[in-house]
Design a protein around this ligand. Sequence first.
Ligand SMILES: C[S@@+](CC[C@H](N)C(=O)[O-])C[C@H]1O[C@@H](n2cnc3c(N)ncnc32)[C@H](O)[C@@H]1O
Length: 255
Amino acid sequence: MMADRRADEISLKRRIAELGPWFHNLRIRGVETAPDHFLGDYPSFKWAAFEEAIPSDLEGRSVLDIGCNAGFYSLEMKRRNAGRIVAIDSDPHYLRQARFAAEETGCDIEFRQMSVYDVAKLEQRFDLVIFMGVLYHLRHPLLALDLLYEHVVGDHMLFQCMQRGSAQEPQLQSNYDFSEWDVFEARGYPKLFFIEDRYADDPTNWFIPNKAAVEAMLRSAGFVIKSNPEREVYLLTRGQRHYAVERPPSICPVS
Ligand SMILES: C[S@@+](CC[C@H](N)C(=O)[O-])C[C@H]1O[C@@H](n2cnc3c(N)ncnc32)[C@H](O)[C@@H]1O
């Protein structure tokens, strides 16, 4: 019996190692997938700081997890009694990990290799969309927010974005004269820092907003900020799109 258990654990550890490297430190039957993560016990420690923003019983609500990685948030939503969960990621490496983790933990989650730019293909609005840690990896961040509003966010969106620069909340007018320059130098003015090469060794970090820019972009795409339970995390609802925002184009894959 003991020998069987030991053999089981060895084969689980071997499989986890084969599926690596992991970005999510999951616990699968007690074995951690990324115990040496550079951020610590990620994303558990982050989730602990805002988990109360999500109801403890989701009562069968539908969830779409975009950029699901190894599925940490999808697994947590399943534990909170979510109904249908669709989890998408553009990277097959992470989807392999996510499928494995869901199978090992007996969670029914539908995984698809899909980009955020293709969400129209899902042809469904979800009660809760999770869009955590993806925006700054996109070359077209406003297009992504517009597509989410247009096609998949039914009720709430849980959102996170890396932020850099000032966290000051600016007092801005709704309009400025063409001759105004100084306001753009104000500490808290909405800014997107463009990364031409790499940030944190990652060539897929493109735009890093400051706090004011994240919030302004979300509002302009039609989202209402319901709460900001952690520095980078927002719970949003659907509101009115900014009057000047055009509908996002339908994007056709080129084969
Ligand atoms: C920093 S990780 C965040 C993972 C997870 N959402 C979290 O917050 O812990 C970014 C994830 O987004 C995925 N991703 C990047 N670009 C994407 C895109 N265009 N569409 C869907 N997923 C994307 C990456 O493969 C990666 O799994």
